[in-house]
Write a protein that binds this ligand. Structure first.
Ligand SMILES: [Zn+2]
Ligand SMILES: [Zn+2]
Length: 274
């Protein structure tokens, strides 16, 4: 039955990380008949390839949400929204951004205020809350997405551990969380000092230890799947990120209950049922 998510116990909120990392970020979220993208940071061609690999016909995306104006999140957002005849949702400050201007349908988000997303046809609804986070692009938001009591949270590009943010995003069933870098690898990296300072600063990116500290603040009994996201290819390793995440889960007593996956830059992850 189109647009209806019953029977009971059948989870119909689904999330698939299409790409994650400094070369481009995008996550596909499906709620019954409704499909949306959070960020479209790859090139248009690469985005189309990922959408095809997710078996989405052109025009299937109804909404594109952009977390902030950095190109690794916004690069082809307007072009993809236009191709999909989707509405592009972004902050007022991003409306004049070159990537956003290509969209035909634009909607301004109010930071911190929940809004509802629906398909062009059908009854499915997804509630989206853009939560402001500290990053060197103002504003930057994390997204809490809820459908029929199931909650997915996408939180990347954040400069420091923040209790207020954690409290607003502490009921995820599936959590996509930044584990960007290892500070020791950063110190010995080929990055110029200015860039190292930016990434390590309060408006940069979460280190493995900071990601773990956010996880400890955000994990609830709901949490069943954790996706480690936005890993740096130069200043992090999967092993270091996984060790930090597992350490936090151990301290929480959640090791056996939470599955941990590392998001990839160059291929889409499997579809996760939220
Ligand atoms: Zn980013
Ligand atoms: Zn950013």
């Amino acid at each position: 039955m189109a647009g209806v998510c019953a029977p009971v116990h059948w989870r119909c909120l689904k999330l698939q990380v299409l790409s994650s990392g400094s070369e481009g970020n995008s996550t596909l979220v499906r709620a019954g008949e409704l499909s949306i993208l959070v960020d479209a940071g790859l090139s248009r061609v690469a985005m189309e390839e990922r959408l095809e690999s997710a078996r989405l016909a052109p025009g299937a995306i109804a909404h594109v949400l952009v977390t902030h104006g950095h190109l690794d999140h916004a690069r082809s957002a307007g072009m993809i929204a236009r191709r999909e005849r989707a509405t592009l949702h972004c902050a007022e400050a991003m409306m004049t951004h070159a990537s956003a201007r290509r969209a035909k349908r634009l909607s301004t988000i109010r930071i911190g205020v929940e809004f509802e997303l629906k398909p062009d046809e059908g009854d499915d609804r997804l509630r989206a809350t853009p939560v402001p986070i500290p990053h060197d692009c103002d504003p930057t938001v994390a997204y809490r997405l809820e459908h029929q009591g199931r909650v997915a949270v996408i939180l990347t590009d954040m400069g420091r551990v923040d209790d207020v943010v954690a409290r607003r995003l502490n009921d995820a069933h599936v959590l996509v969380l930044e584990f960007n870098h290892d500070p020791a690898l950063m110190e010995t990296s080929p990055y110029p000092a200015v860039l190292r300072k930016r990434i390590l600063g309060n408006h940069g990116h979460l280190s493995n230890a900071q990601g773990a500290a956010m996880l400890e603040r955000m994990a609830s009994p709901n949490l069943h799947t954790l996706v480690l996201a936005h890993l740096s290819q130069k200043t992090n390793t999967r092993e270091l990120a996984l060790a930090a995440a597992h350490g936090a889960l151990e301290r929480l007593g959640l090791t056996s209950r939470v599955r941990v996956i590392v998001a990839e830059q160059h291929e889409a992850l499997e579809t996760l049922e939220v």
